[in-house]
Design a protein around this ligand. Structure first.
Ligand code: NAD
Ligand code: DAU
Length: 337
């Protein structure tokens, strides 16, 4: 049985990934998570007591903790990160500490422990920068031109991974994915924020003109792509993952309004995000061919599952709304939750 270290497993995608591993593989899983505002132990509560799973509270940039865990590991999947662009604009330092320093500590400890690998680093389409309306989609060979402190920190960690592969021959694989949605996503992100605000009859704040385009992928499809990279990926390779589903933010919000039987007067156009990337689009041809992977859940089906999850799991997000997020929201949007 292979032993795998999953970092950031109490966050949105990490939670979904560990659930997939426990359900469909026989990996022995160690989840290292700092339980920041975005990490929630409750997400994996039903795994407590399972012999194939253990949780360790700790930070990926803490060399002592990481080296003591790494010596027993075969493979690593690194999800741990500060992940929200708006927060990185307010304060970039935590992004450098976790995303840059943390990734380097993981790579160093992986090397020192002589792990067999692979080391899968989970990255983002945002490292490529922004596309114009008619530009072709990002391929893995597109230049890196990150525009936010978040994406700059992710691009930096991608480059550290490349350096570890090139210099030390570590079996490092980088995946880059577009915008995820689905169960357990923290409500600071567009889709859960709009679902919850709609359910509560609150305004729906859209940045700028709402015509920024994102490519949307259901989280389970992303997790299956990461698993495919772990099992079939080639060291040194980069794999783009995406949902083949480009939509404007306005279209996404209107879909949610329709699904919940609300009206468009809830929409409020607010000040734009500084440096707001206009469009992301992913060419996933290389991953489809080399990993035998493709996204399976279309936007309509994925949104139905997602909206239902937020309706059925009110307690999960109500607890978040009563914590630190409350003051973040007031400070960011200028209105009360
Ligand atoms: P998230 O913010 O929901 O979760 C991040 C998790 O990492 C949390 O559980 C948090 O407690 C943990 N964490 C933060 N700092 C840590 C540290 N120093 N040490 C250990 N744990 C720490 O993020 P997410 O949306 O699940 O994203 C996971 C990964 O996927 C990130 O690397 C992100 O860049 C990448 N990604 C996300 C998306 C998306 O749409 N959400 C798309 C592409 C790539
Ligand atoms: O593309 C992948 C990236 O997707 C990941 O790397 C990031 O971790 C993840 O947070 C996400 O980044 P975005 O900035 O694209 O996601 P967010 O949900 O914050 O915003 C999506 C779009 O919606 C973006 O164009 C900004 C807009 N937006 C967002 C919020 C929170 C609004 O119009 N209003 C809002 O209140």
């Amino acid at each position: 049985m292979k032993k795998i270290l999953v970092t950031g497993g109490c966050g949105f995608i990490g939670t979904n990934f560990i659930r997939l591993l426990m359900k469909e593989t026989d990996y022995e899983v160690t989840n290292l998570d700092a339980l920041t505002y975005a990490g929630n132990l409750e997400n994996l509560k039903e795994l407590e007591g399972d012999k194939r799973y253990r949780f360790i509270k700790g930070r990926i940039e803490d060399e002592q903790v990481v080296s003591s865990i790494m010596k027993d590991m075969d493979a690593v999947v690194n999800f741990a990160a500060e992940s929200h662009v708006d927060r990185s604009i307010k304060s970039a330092r935590p992004f450098i500490t976790t995303n840059v320093m943390g990734t380097q500590v993981l790579l160093d400890c992986f090397r020192q422990a002589g792990c067999k690998g692979p080391f899968v680093h989970v990255s983002t389409d945002e490292v490529y920068g922004s596309l114009g309306k008619d530009d072709p989609a990002f391929t893995e060979r597109h230049h890196l031109r990150p525009n936010s402190p978040y994406s700059a920190s992710k691009a930096s960690s991608d480059l550290l991974c490349r350096a570890a592969w090139k210099t030390f021959g570590l079996p490092v694989i980088v995946t880059r994915c577009s915008n995820n949605y689905g169960p357990f996503q923290f409500p600071e992100k567009l889709i859960p924020l709009m679902i919850i605000n709609c359910l509560e009859g609150r305004k729906l704040p859209i940045y700028g003109d709402g015509m920024n385009v994102r490519d949307w992928i259901y989280v389970e499809d992303h997790c299956r792509g990461v698993l495919a990279a772990l099992e079939k990926g080639v060291p040194g390779a980069i794999y783009n993952l995406g949902g083949n589903c480009e939509l404007t933010n306005l279209k996404v919000v209107e879909t949610i309004i329709d699904m919940l039987g609300k009206t468009k007067d809830l929409i409020e156009f607010v000040a734009d995000r500084p440096g707001h990337d206009r469009r992301y689009a992913m060419d996933i041809g290389f991953s489809q061919k080399s990993l035998s992977w493709s996204p399976k859940v279309d936007f309509e089906k994925g949104m139905e599952k997602t909206v239902n999850w937020y309706i059925e799991n009110r307690q999960w997000w109500e607890r978040i709304l009563s914590g630190e997020y409350r003051s973040y929201y007031k400070n960011h949007y200028g209105s009360e939750l």
